[in-house]
Design a protein around this ligand. Sequence first.
Ligand code: 5GP
Ligand code: ZN
Length: 112
Amino acid sequence: MSDCIFCKIVEGTIPSKKVFENESVYAFHDIAPSAPVHVLIIPKAHYASMNEVTDFNDIAEVHKAAVQIANNLGVAESGYRLINNCGSDGGQVVYHVHYHLLAGEKLGGLNG
Ligand code: 5GP
Ligand code: ZN
């Protein structure tokens, strides 16, 4: 998708701090971190939001990558949160489906 910033990050035309990449997934540090560890994990395939996903294997691959990234960053044991914001009320700003991996401190909200 030519006007999508996350597609441009995957292509390398917008720089990012990469933390993980495989055939179907790309992950990078969020530009405005909300926690000591704040990584965005995205399928390379462009889906505007979770509502547009047609092949949920891409989402399974994102979840698999999240566990690997948590291990690589040393936060698997202490714990982490995976968040997908979907649509306007969900707080989605960038319309390329993505998960936030937050960790590195006791996270507030929800049950925190
Ligand atoms: P959303 O609210 O859509 O779930 O989250 C979008 C996230 O993308 C935000 O946390 C924001 O800081 C991050 N973000 C937006 N533009 C860029 C960018 O160009 N590079 C990086 N690394 N993160 C970005
Ligand atoms: Zn995209």
